[in-house]
Ligand binder design. Structure first.
Ligand SMILES: [Zn+2]
Ligand SMILES: [Zn+2]
Length: 640
């Protein structure tokens, strides 16, 4: 007999070799129907797994992330089987699950087409109907290699040769054989709704000297509704892709002549950036920050002292010589803030000192990972460095969180996922700084979050070697996560640069340093904003807030005087006086996603009014310019 301990603490005994599936059935029909796999002593196993010794057991059901992962993983196997049926010469790479789906890599004689994907989907449908069991078999590694050689799967042979264990598991479903740890669904018939999404090239094992394989991406859900929901989201995301909208709205570009990953901000993108920067500056001044500026290059010796040269060199551009010194382009702004702090003797009465900087930094990224505005080689951090006493730490962190919440909610980001990254247990020698300091900083970060009533998870062992941090992900309008604010305590730079203040005792004390960003890189934040708003920026951010459209040439004078009047109040206005139909001009204004279009015809000139078309409501009728101005000013002020 084996004794099973269930998650609720209940213990049951079963005959030896009872399978997880049989136990799930014993626990109730509803449990069995939703069962996908089991977890024994923390390890995921198939439903067909026989239990031979006492263990803890939880049944993994469809409604858990692990259950969904197993579904997607099993669907990847089904896809590989379908590919092999249609392309018997196919050589299989790997087929893991990823966020939101799965992929599988294949070497094939020709590139796959959209039609091929449809055929593969149809074949997958057949395999699911055949309801083939996923069967696990253990083999000595050498025997598994022989079998994979027999069926001409060189990539699998290569993988097997790298495995250290002497026993490996192979899975079959019908005629299909694969190397895998499992677990999988009980049978192919238990697969849910799936969709193959696209094909992309991928080097075997990600190495550019290896053969190029074809990677088929797909996704799967237990219900058709969930799949449709996700596909709709993908459609939405595609429409909102900041690379597409950035081009259509003429916000920015990358030019081959300039170099990859280096952004050129066009006037409209620069307008948006300018609005954000002004908002940023105002909020920082209001909250007791001082804004500073620092150079883009500095002597290499500075980066030796800071440690960047030792620990960050692979992300820095090569040094160059000026006169007799080596120089480097800055990958971070931190050392400059330290130098400004050290330009004077600081007393405890001067603290906290908060230096904020929109500092442009340059980091080397492989060209393959560059992605629109999200991964670039030059970007502007909304950086700040706070120097304070240990006692001030908690208050400073609360201040940063308040600022971050205020700024982010102004852009409509109100949902966060927060991680508190702390030291790992029992690995104290991995970290610099005293035990006392770490405890103090971790407590300060934790208490700051608690005092703000913000839920967070603790990432044990996730802290950088020089201090604990708070990392916040924000959720956009489609519910997708983006990297948001970070608050990083640093015990390292104050040591390296010997940064001190004079305490009440008249002696020198090491300062506590915080690095923090609220928006992150402005480039990435703008990329995120474009997708969050789908390019339809709210009035206060919109690069062009109002567009005046004339019906005839004779309305031009009135349009000009109206433009001047609005501009005097700080409204960003464009006139479209072209000799085109007003219908055409309206359509263009809508494509440009301008919040307000003002149409000027005979009637409006005669009455001294404007006809208002808003992006959200369409035609709103005629109104006097004063009423319009009052409305615009209120919307801008309240950031609606
Ligand atoms: Zn598998
Ligand atoms: Zn910093």
């Amino acid at each position: 007999m084996v004794k099973i301990r269930l998650p609720d603490g209940i213990e049951k005994t079963y005959r030896e070799n009872t399978t997880v599936g049989q136990i799930a059935r014993d626990l109730g029909e509803s449990c069995y129907r939703k069962a996908v796999a089991g977890k024994t002593n923390g390890t995921l196993v198939d439903l067909s797994f026989p239990l031979t010794k006492d263990t803890t057991l939880s049944v993994i059901t469809e409604d858990t992330p692990e259950g969904l992962d197993i579904l997607r993983h099993s669907t990847a196997h089904i896809m590989a089987q379908a590919v092999q049926r249609l392309f018997p010469e196919a050589e299989l790479g790997i087929g893991p699950t990823i966020e939101n789906g799965f992929y599988y890599d294949f070497r094939l004689e020709r590139p796959l087409t959209q039609e091929d994907l449809e055929k593969i989907e149809a074949e997958m449908g057949k395999i699911i109907k055949e309801d083939l069991a996923f069967q696990r078999q253990l083999f000595p590694r050498q025997e598994a290699i022989t079998r994979m050689e027999e069926i001409r799967q060189p990539f699998k042979v290569e993988l097997l040769k790298d495995i250290e264990e002497e026993t490996v598991s192979l899975y079959t479903q019908g005629e299909f054989l694969d190397l895998c740890r499992g677990p999988h669904l009980f049978t192919t018939g238990r697969a849910g709704a799936f969709k193959l999404l696209n094909v992309a090239g991928a080097y075997w094992r990600g190495k550019e000297t290896n053969p190029m394989l074809q990677r088929i991406y797909g996704t799967a859900f237990f219900s058709k509704e969930k799949l449709d929901e996700y596909l709709h989201l993908l459609e939405e995301a595609k429409k909102r892709d900041h690379r597409k909208l950035g081009r259509e709205l003429d916000l920015y570009s990358f030019r081959e002549e300039c170099g990859p990953g280096l952004v050129l901000w066009h006037p409209k993108g620069a307008r948006i950036r300018n609005v954000i920067e002004r908002f940023w500056s105002e909020e920082h001044y209001k909250r007791g920050y001082e804004i500073v500026y620092s150079p883009h290059i500095a002597k290499a010796s500075l980066w030796h002292t800071s440690g960047h040269w030792d620990f960050y060199r692979q992300s820095m551009f090569a040094p160059f010589e000026l006169e007799t010194s080596q120089y480097l382009v800055k990958p971070m702004n931190c050392p400059f803030a330290v130098l400004i702090f050290k330009s004077d003797m600081r007393s405890y009465r001067d603290l906290p000192i908060r230096f904020a900087e929109l500092g442009t930094v340059y980091r080397y990224e492989r060209s393959g990972v560059l992605h629109g505005l999200l991964r670039v080689r030059g970007f502007t951090q909304d950086d700040a460095h706070i120097f304070c006493t240990p006692e001030q730490l908690e208050g400073e962190i609360v201040g940063v969180i308040n600022l971050a919440q205020y700024m982010l909610s102004s852009f409509g980001f109100k949902e966060y996922e927060i991680e508190l990254a702390v030291r790992g247990k029992g690995e104290k020698d991995k970290y610099i700084g005293s035990d006392g300091n770490w405890e103090l900083a971790e407590t300060a970060l934790r208490r700051a979050l608690e005092s703000k009533d913000l839920p967070f998870v603790v990432g044990e062992g996730e802290a950088k070697f020089y201090g604990p941090s708070i990392d916040i992900r924000i959720k956009d309008a489609l519910g997708r996560g983006w990297q948001g604010p970070t608050i990083q305590v640093d015990f390292n730079l104050p040591e390296r640069f010997d940064v001190n203040y004079i305490g009440p005792d008249g002696k020198e004390h090491k300062v506590v340093m915080i690095h923090r960003t609220v928006l992150g890189a402005l480039e990435r934040f703008l990329g995120c904003l474009i997708e969050h708003y789908g390019g339809a920026f709210p009035l206060w951010i919109a690069p062009v807030q109002v567009k005046i459209l004339t019906i005839k040439d004779t309305h031009a004078d009135y349009a000009h005087s109206l433009k001047t009047r609005l501009e005097e109040k700080g409204i960003r206005v464009q006139c479209d006086l072209r000799n085109a139909t007003v219908g055409y001009k309206i359509r263009e204004g809508r494509t440009e996603k301008v919040p307000y279009l003002l149409i000027i015809g005979d009637k409006e000139v005669e009455e001294g009014t404007v006809s208002l078309r808003s992006r959200e409501k369409g035609d709103e009728g005629r109104l006097p310019p004063d009423a319009l101005l009052a409305r615009l000013e209120r919307e801008v002020r309240e950031r609606l």
